[in-house]
Unconditional design. Structure first.
Lengths: 102, 571
């Protein structure tokens, strides 16, 4: 599965794990991971991209959709990535000003 | 005859067989027509167009195989099932009937159930076939209509997003959209004060949706550039517009640049594109690399949006490169990307600048070598050639004239404007001021001249009067950068002082006489030294005054030098 998610015991932390290509092909799976959560639920999200090989601009768009859905500036989303290519894509787009990038 | 009743043609030279089949078929509710031989079968078929044919093999005139071939040819892409009636099921006749186009066999003696089952099965196929055919035809029609619309939209799009001033000998570019419409945009427009504005942008996604977003970008870019706005102001306006119209997951990664031939500076705003590169003609190496420092456009609201630009010096012959990420993400057959390292290496081989662009294109195409294009690819090279960039083309004036705007006969009027420190910090008043003058009097063909006059007077009052910047800084190219950095810093903390602009207009011999007085609350300057003749004033500084004198009829300094009056005559 290219997109999977795990929920902590108290339901306050959700981790979305992406492996392989992060692009438009996985948009429904990605959306399903956060769609039932609202801005008022106080859930912290972590997007684990350590196993992702690539992301394109539509994936950046999907991250923006998620952020908007979870309340925009008040959304709590952390992106983990160890890949230099993916970090570079996030940096070029200056996403560190919108997301916590670890 | 009931519309829904199916008609079956029975072709058999044996009258007993025909009657037997007719009896069975009528009982099942079909209409029946006959033919006594192959030729008649073809004739009846042509006339009556039955829904199904039962065909005997051995018949006079034409046999069943020949008649079947003719009927199949006649029915074109309508599926008319033909069932062969055979005495025995010998393989040879089966092969021949399949070759002739038969769809099934029915062995004698005829069994009612068997006949009914065969007919039902073939009718279901016929229905399916006709549905598919109808859908296919609709699809073809739809496709044709769509293609016409796309072609029309493409022409319309091309007219709106004209590439502006890209067709100059010092500009090379590659625009390689992956579909009819590009999600990348590349526009260039001359500034009214000389020099060039360029935007290279890459929308999320490709095709029509992405291209549609380019329409407002182009109108803002061309409109504001021709009115003299800076790229910081233009990029802010584009961001605001895109934030309003784009869906949340769509944005525009873009790089805007301002090439200024007066100050030899390159001003850059890069949000989301790969680094802009300046390749120095003298060192044969990269002299500047300006990476993305902002979010792409259309993501955040006006308040948190950063319009901060980078200013760097540039020299004759230097080359500026900007590309969309499609260049770096060009894939080879193995799905491997071209990448930053290969791209950067192209600039590190000490190539002569003239060869760089073609070398980059060559390497990219060698690398791709039949790999599929995954994204729109755009690459731009601009050679900093002062004389070419400084050509003030007629396009801006043409657009002005083409608008057919009302223009008053030269008349008497006046206008006084007081600009406070608070206002100066956030607003460049020149574009607004020039636009107001153009609307008021319609100075046809005078915009660029007027722009230069106001721009020199205003910069002088702001930079030397209020910000107390020293012109001698501008003695060399790197000083220019320092000068403009100091200008930005001082302007940001400016807390007092004001600039008063007074404009009087009088009709004068078929045209008018415009008297412009600009006064600042600064200390003024040593009038005598600034008024040295041009031959004794070879530095970068003081050229503004010379430029003013070349355009205006009179330029006088008053007070302590903090008040300048210029008289401009037009016809």
């Amino acid at each position: 599965m290219p997109v999977t998610s795990t929920v902590s015991a108290d339901g306050k932390d959700i981790t979305i794990i992406i492996s392989g290509r992060f692009d438009f092909a996985v948009q429904n799976e990605f959306r399903d991971c956060y769609h039932s959560t609202g801005p008022e639920d106080g859930v912290s999200f972590t997007i684990d991209m350590n196993k992702a090989s690539y992301m394109d601009s539509s994936a950046l768009g999907m991250l923006l959709m998620m952020r908007e859905h979870l309340g925009g500036n008040s959304a709590d989303i952390t992106i983990n990535s160890s890949s230099a290519d993916i970090s570079n894509i996030l940096t070029v787009a200056n996403f560190q000003s919108l997301f916590k990038i670890a | 005859m009931n519309e829904n009743t199916l008609t079956v043609l029975v072709a058999d030279d044996d009258v007993t067989n025909r009657l037997l089949l007719e009896a069975i078929l009528r009982k099942e509710g079909y209409d029946v027509i006959h033919a006594e031989d192959g030729r008649e079968a073809v004739e009846v078929f042509e006339r009556e167009r039955p829904d199904l044919v039962l065909m005997d093999i051995r018949m006079p005139e034409l046999d069943g195989y020949q008649a079947t071939e003719l009927i199949k040819a006649m029915s074109g892409d309508v599926f008319v099932p033909i069932i062969f009636l055979t005495a025995n099921s010998d393989v040879d006749s089966m092969v021949k009937s399949v070759e002739a186009g038969g769809d099934d066999f029915l062995a004698k003696p005829y069994n009612r159930i068997q006949l009914q089952t065969r007919i039902n099965a073939l009718m279901r196929i016929r229905e399916l076939y006709s549905t598919v055919r109808q859908q296919r035809n609709e699809l073809i029609q739809h496709q044709k209509r769509l293609e016409r619309e796309r072609q029309m939209a493409k022409r319309l799009f091309a007219n709106i997003i004209h590439t502006g001033s890209l067709d100059q000998p010092n500009i090379k570019y590659l625009l390689s959209p992956m579909s009819l419409f590009s999600g990348d945009i590349l526009l260039a427009a001359p500034k009214p004060s000389g020099g060039l504005h360029v935007i290279l942008g890459d929308f999320t996604g490709h095709g029509l949706a992405a291209a549609t977003g380019a329409l407002p970008v182009s109108s803002i870019f061309y409109g504001m550039t021709s009115k003299g706005y800076s790229i910081a102001e233009i990029v802010t306006e584009i961001n605001t517009r895109l934030k309003t119209i784009l869906p949340v997951d769509m944005f525009l990664a873009a790089c805007l640049i301002d090439i200024d031939t007066t100050t030899h500076t390159l001003t850059v705003w890069n949000g989301g594109l790969p680094p802009l590169v300046v390749y120095a003609a003298r060192q044969l190496a990269i002299s500047q690399r300006i990476p993305s420092q902002h979010l792409p456009l259309g993501i955040i609201d006006g308040e948190s949006f950063s319009r901060r630009v980078e200013v760097v010096g540039i020299q004759q012959g230097d080359r500026i490169y900007i590309c969309s990420d499609g260049v770096l993400e060009t894939q080879n057959r193995q799905g491997e990307m071209f990448g930053r390292d290969r791209f950067n290496a192209l600039f590190e081989a000490g190539l002569v600048p003239q060869a760089l662009f073609d070398t980059i294109l060559g390497r990219l195409s060698d690398f791709q070598a039949g790999g599929l294009q995954q994204d729109d690819v755009t690459l731009l090279e601009i050679c900093y050639d002062q004389s070419l960039l400084d050509q003030r083309t007629g396009t801006i004036e043409e657009e002005e004239g083409g608008r057919g705007r009302f223009s008053a006969a030269p008349s008497s009027w006046g206008l006084t404007l007081t600009l406070t420190a608070d206002l100066l910090k956030v607003l460049d008043p020149l574009p607004l001021l020039i636009q107001t003058l153009m609307d008021l009097q319609g100075f046809r063909g005078q915009r660029q001249q007027l722009y230069t006059v106001f721009s020199e007077l205003y910069s002088n009052a702001l930079e030397h009067g209020l910000l107390k910047l020293d012109s001698s800084l501008k003695a060399n190219a790197s000083g220019f950068v320092e000068y403009y950095q100091a200008r930005e810093q001082r302007l940001a903390v400016l807390s007092e002082g004001e600039i008063r602009i007074d404009i009087r207009h009088q009709p004068d011999a078929g045209g008018g006489r415009l008297t412009i007085t600009v006064e600042d609350t600064g200390d003024g300057f040593d009038i005598d030294s600034a008024l040295l003749p041009l031959t004794e004033n070879l530095g970068h500084a003081g050229r503004g005054i010379q430029l003013l004198r070349s355009i205006c009829d009179e330029v006088t300094f008053q007070g302590s030098g903090n008040r300048v009056q210029a008289v401009y005559r037009w016809r």
